[in-house]
Design a protein. Structure first.
Ligand code: NAD
Length: 253
C-alpha cells in the first residue's frame, strides 16, 4: 500500500475525471490535497464532496498569475507542498487541415504550457519542503500520432519532453518529475471523442477500444500509478513516462 501520510498535494484539473480520482487516491493514502481547476464552482463542489480537508481553488493554468496564486493558496491552506500533479488538460478533435491556428495553440497552451507554469510556480515550495515530486499527465497520444488529435498529440509529446528536462534540472533540489501516459479512460474527455472518432472510423468507437485495449481504463487505475510515482517507493524513478493503456500501444495490429 502506497503511504503518503502527511504529504501535501496540489492537483490541477481536479474538478472531475482523472484529477478527481487522483485526489481520492492521494487522500486515501494519507495526503492533504488542494484541487485547482478553471471550473471554480465544480472544483469547490468536488473538494467538499471528497471531504478529508480537501480544498478547491479556481485556477486557469494558461495564466501565470492565476497559477502563482493557486500555488500560494495551496501553501497557505495545507502548510506547504510535497506533491504536484499536472493533470489539467483539453482536447480538440479535428483534422489538421480544419484545425484553427488559435485552436492548435490553445491545446498546447493548456496542456504543455499549463504543466510548465505549475512546475515553475511550485518549485520554490517543493524545494522549501526539502524536495518532492511532480507527476505530469501526458497520454499515449504523446508517444504516437493519431487521426484528429494532431494538436493534442503534439501537446502531450511536449509534456513528456518537459518532464525529462524538469527531472534533470530539478534533481539537485531533490524533486523527482515523471509522466503518466494513459490510453482511453472512461471520463467526459473520452465521451467527447466518441462522435468524432465514429465519424472517421469504419469500426464503432466502443468496438475499436475493445479491440485495441480490451476496455476503457478507469480513472482510479491511472490514480494508482500517480500515487505510486508520488511516493517514496518510486524514489529512484525520475524523468520517466509510464504507459497505462491495456496494451494498446504494444500491439503491431
Ligand atoms: N480520458 C482519457 O482518455 C485520457 C487519456 C489520456 C490522457 N488524459 C489526460 O488526463 C487529464 C485529465 O483528463 P480527463 O479525462 O479527466 O478529462 P476531463 O475533461 O474529464 O477533465 C479535465 C479537467 O481539467 C480542467 N481544465 C481544463 N482546462 C483547464 C485550464 N485551462 N485550467 C485548469 N483546469 C482546466 C477541466 O475543467 C476538467 O475539470 C488530461 O490532461 C487529459 O489530457 C485523458
Amino acid at each position: 500500500m502506497t503511504d503518503l501520510t502527511g504529504r501535501r498535494a496540489l492537483v490541477t484539473g481536479g474538478a472531475q475525471g482523472i484529477g478527481r480520482a487522483i485526489a481520492e487516491r492521494l487522500t486515501a493514502a494519507g495526503a492533504r490535497v488542494v484541487l485547482a481547476d478553471v471550473n471554480e464552482a465544480g472544483v469547490r463542489a468536488t473538494a467538499e464532496k471528497l471531504g478529508e480537508g480537501t480544498v478547491g481553488v479556481g485556477c486557469d493554468v494558461t495564466s501565470m498569475s492565476e497559477v502563482t496564486a493557486a500555488v500560494a493558496a495551496a501553501v497557505e491552506a495545507i502548510g506547504g507542498l510535497d506533491l504536484v500533479v499536472n493533470n489539467a488538460g483539453i482536447e480538440i478533435a479535428k483534422p489538421l487541415t480544419e484545425l484553427g491556428d488559435d485552436e492548435f495553440m490553445r491545446v498546447i497552451d493548456v496542456n504543455a504550457g499549463g504543466a510548465f507554469r505549475v512546475i515553475k510556480a511550485a518549485v520554490p515550495a517543493l524545494a522549501a519542503a526539502g524536495g518532492g515530486t511532480v507527476v505530469n499527465m501526458a497520454s499515449i497520444a504523446g508517444t504516437r500520432g493519431g487521426p484528429l488529435l494532431g494538436a493534442y498529440c503534439a501537446s502531450k509529446a511536449a509534456v513528456i519532453r518537459l518532464t525529462e528536462t524538469a527531472a534533470i534540472e530539478l534533481r539537485q533540489a531533490n524533486i523527482r518529475v515523471n509522466a503518466v501516459c494513459p490510453g482511453i479512460v472512461s471520463t467526459e474527455m473520452a465521451d467527447r471523442l466518441v462522435a468524432p472518432i465514429n465519424g472517421i472510423s469504419p469500426i464503432p468507437f466502443d468496438d475499436l477500444i475493445a479491440m485495441k485495449q480490451g476496455r476503457q481504463g478507469e480513472p482510479a487505475e491511472i490514480a494508482d500509478l500517480v500515487a505510486f510515482l508520488s511516493s517514496d517507493r518510486a524514489r529512484f524513478v525520475n524523468g520517466a513516462h509510464y504507459v497505462v493503456d491495456g496494451g494498446l500501444t504494444a500491439s503491431l495490429f
